[in-house]
Design a protein around this ligand. Structure first.
Ligand code: ADP
Ligand code: MG
Ligand code: ZN
Length: 470
């Protein structure tokens, strides 16, 4: 059998988190009673006129800037005509030949680049709900603003698709234009797939798998569809250009309909809306107040702060955690702070959702103070760790949990006295150590730590104890 290579391009829809819809004042809030966030405009009543929400343009341009796109100073809206009950006007207002943003990119960790062809704005359609053989429609989602981000056919594996989507998600969340929740449908993607024999220069015919809304199903669908196309070609058949759906129950993709061509949509300029102009001043402004992007943050953590790449990636993955880290790590050892967050704090936030929405029991400033004491040699790591646990339990600052005596450090004489006491009070352990049972040292160290409330340096105490036991 010949070796094949899969080729994929993505069309990703991201719901923008503007307060109101794209052409009317209805709220975009998710999860309310069906058909309660609707008005004559977003339900397509005859005689109503759309009015473009300026925030939608702003958010889309911000998305374009964050992905390195060229921003078109002049663009327009177009009508994409199709008849389906989720769209009461029988056309969707979208952008066709003059999108807001073009030619961006997202870099992958394997060094490859995914080119973004375009980002355009459009309105979402209503949602069909199938109940016992009937179909109901909820227009709350109708008119929610979307950006569609289209890539070149640059993907060569499902892993690359996943990483691209995760980066896109994180970037959009960081700049605050979308919450990108796949499970709520605020990020959905269509995957276009073709295969070709390795070494071939031309692309094969593609199919499009619609509306992937989870990473797991996307990976399964891509694997299935790639195999299906290879088997088809190998057995003498040809791939038909069509739209397919992934069936979660059977794990297979199935044909939905033949692929429409642009001609089928009879695109024409939306006559009810004026031309969109974006000024240089606006672009400069939006570029200037762009927060640090995930890829820049990652660079800073690994290069400037010298964090291990895996630790840096974990912090960057959760924007609230990263912001907390940045605040706590100001002017102290960043690795110490990262270790407290990735260790003790993460243990108390076991799920992704908890890390995502992290409510911090300890203000960043308190963690900073703790790290400063460690840096200054006033607090050893053992005591610092137990103190941080107490801080997490109580929310109190270091100064409430440690006494002046705790912070005074332990001079050599005091340490020697405690070690002598340890030896005197633990004859059994001492005998064991003399008999070669190194493990018994633990009992003596435990005694020393208890007596000094964890202030003693374990290394120094061990050396001293060995000397005393002889
Ligand atoms: P349409 O607008 O009709 O869906 P486009 O030409 O805009 O078609 O392409 C849609 C998506 O399909 C893009 O992401 C593009 O990269 C991808 N694509 C195009 N040709 C192929 C191919 N042969 N194999 C895989 N993906 C493809
Ligand atoms: Mg398409
Ligand atoms: Zn409305």
């Amino acid at each position: 059998m010949r070796q094949y290579e899969m080729i994929a391009g993505l069309e990703t829809h991201v719901e923008l988190s503007t307060k109101t819809k794209i052409f009317c004042g209805c709220t975009t809030a998710f999860g309310s009673e069906p058909n309660t966030h609707c008005c004559p405009v977003c339900t397509g009543m005859p005689g109503t006129l759309p009015k473009l929400n300026a925030r939608v343009v702003e958010y889309a341009v911000r998305a374009g800037l964050a992905t390195g796109c060229r921003i078109n100073r002049i663009s327009k809206m177009d009508r994409k005509n199709y008849v389906y009950p989720d769209l009461p006007k029988a056309y969707q207002i979208s952008q066709y030949d003059k999108p807001l943003c073009e030619w961006g990119r997202i870099e992958l960790s394997n060094g490859r680049t995914i080119r973004i062809t375009r980002i355009h704005i459009e309105e979402d359609a209503g949602k069909l709900v199938h109940v016992r053989g009937n179909t109901l429609v909820d227009y709350n989602r109708g008119g929610v603003p979307l950006i569609e981000i289209v890539t070149e056919p640059d993907f060569r594996s499902a892993d690359e698709i996943r990483e691209y989507l995760e980066t896109l998600q994180l970037t959009m969340k960081t700049i605050g234009v979308s919450d990108c929740k796949m499970q709520e449908g605020s990020l959905r993607c269509d995957v276009n797939i073709s295969v070709r024999p390795v070494g071939s220069e031309t692309f094969g015919t593609r199919t499009e798998i619609k509306n992937m809304n989870s990473f797991t199903y996307m990976e399964k669908a891509v694997a299935y569809e790639t195999e299906r196309q290879i088997d088809l070609i190998e057995s003498g058949g040809t791939v038909v250009q069509e739209t397919r759906r992934y069936d979660e129950a059977s794990g297979m993709t199935e044909s939905m309909r033949g692929k429409e061509d642009a001609d089928d949509y009879r695109y024409f300029r939306e006559p009810d809306l004026v031309t969109i102009a974006v000024t240089d001043e606006q672009i400069e402004q939006w570029q200037a107040d762009m927060p640090e992007l995930p890829r820049h943050r990652l660079d800073r953590y690994t290069n400037q702060l010298q964090l291990p790449a895996a630790d840096a990636a974990l912090l960057v993955k959760y924007p609230r955690i990263a912001a907390y880290f940045d605040e706590a790590a100001q002017g102290v050892n960043a690795r110490t702070v990262a270790n407290f967050i990735l260790g003790a704090l993460f243990r108390r936030l076991p799920t992704d959702a908890e890390k995502e929405n992290a409510a911090f029991p300890v203000p960043a400033a308190y963690l900073h103070d703790l790290a400063a004491l460690i840096d200054g040699g006033k607090l050893n790591m053992n005591l610092a760790k137990t103190t941080f646990e107490k801080m997490l339990d109580t929310g109190k600052p270091v100064s409430d949990l440690l006494t002046q005596a705790d912070l005074a450090g332990l001079d050599a004489e005091a340490l020697a006295a405690v070690c002598r006491a340890a030896v005197e009070n633990n004859p059994a352990a001492v005998a064991d150590i003399r008999a070669g049972k190194e493990k018994a040292m633990g009992a003596l160290i435990g005694y020393v730590m208890k007596a000094t409330r964890g202030k003693a340096d374990a290394g120094a105490a061990t050396a001293l104890l060995k000397q005393l036991i002889g």
